[in-house]
Design a protein around this ligand. Structure first.
Ligand code: ADP
Ligand code: MG
Length: 260
């Protein structure tokens, strides 16, 4: 499969919440291996857009297409578990992990789900030696090895965010959506997260990342979308977008100050 081929296409997506036009005609194409970042002020519609793509919220209009082998299939409005099974992973603004299970048990659940097993994972229970190697690899990749035996509830915010992404990653998605992966992280944790994303990119994985920190955006992205009031204000290479006078004057100036 060619690297440049499209893995995800959003076409004319719309979502209204009552009279609020939260997503107002968003279209874009994501290619294999691409990291696409989305920035925009609070309320711009970024999370709603991710929800439309991942099936958490149904669009009022528009389509979402996902690569499945040689073709793009229509996944619009399909439920999240089905979208996940088709190869689209998702991490959340607020980490979505099991507090009562350990780090490795959280990841194990994803591995079992992916391999089609319904094994019950309870505290302290595990009997899946065939998954040990992959489990270890994922914990190493995400820097979670040292806390493998800790409960979700015992982790720092930074570790919880990493675990949340590791849990999605263990499902082997083709496209991974990350909603504010660095929010609330210390500078050191942020550095870790940037290195992690840079380590994962370049392979077959593609990412859509909602991110406020423009330094992070510059460092990890191939392309950048600026969203404002539900619409795409600009979509191009990060440096080009960040230099666009209309983006700077009409928007990023105030935005940048607002988030600092
Ligand atoms: N489930 C919902 N019901 C009603 N309004 C919503 C809902 N989800 C989001 N909104 C509104 O839609 C707008 C876009 O929200 P959101 O997508 O969360 O923005 P962002 O992630 O860019 O901050 C906001 O005004 C928000 O209050
Ligand atoms: Mg949001």
């Amino acid at each position: 499969m060619s690297r440049a081929e499209e893995v995800l296409v959003a076409e004319g997506l719309h979502k209204w919440f009552g009279k609020l036009h939260a997503v107002d005609g968003v279209s874009f194409r994501l290619r294999r291996g691409e990291v696409l970042s989305i920035v925009g002020p609070n309320g711009a519609g970024k999370t709603t857009l991710l929800n439309l793509i991942s099936g958490v919220v149904k669009p009022d209009a528009g389509r979402v297409l996902l690569r499945r082998g040689g073709e793009l299939i229509d996944i619009t409005g399909r439920p999240p578990h089905e979208v996940t099974r088709l190869g689209l992973g998702r991490s959340f603004q607020i980490p979505n992990i099991f507090d009562g299970l350990t780090v490795e048990e959280n990841i194990l659940i994803s591995l079992l789900t992916r391999t089609g097993r319904t094994g019950v994972v309870r505290r302290g229970y595990r009997d899946f030696p065939e998954l040990d190697e992959e489990l270890r690899e994922i914990m190493e990749t995400f820097g979670l090895g040292e806390v493998r035996g800790r409960l979700g509830s015992e982790l720092s915010h930074g570790m919880r965010k990493k675990l949340d992404i590791a849990v999605s990653f263990a499902l082997k998605p083709m496209v991974l959506l990350l909603d504010e992966p660095t929010s609330g992280l210390t500078q050191g944790e942020k550095r870790d997260m940037v290195d992690l994303i840079k380590g994962l990119r370049g392979g077959d994985y593609s990412f859509i990342i909602v991110e406020h920190d423009l330094d992070v955006v510059r460092e990890v992205s191939d392309s950048l979308i600026v969203m404002h009031e539900g619409r795409v204000l600009a979509h191009d290479e990060p440096e080009k977008v960040l230099q666009m006078s209309e983006v700077i004057s009409a928007y990023l100036g105030g935005y940048h100050e607002a988030i600092r």
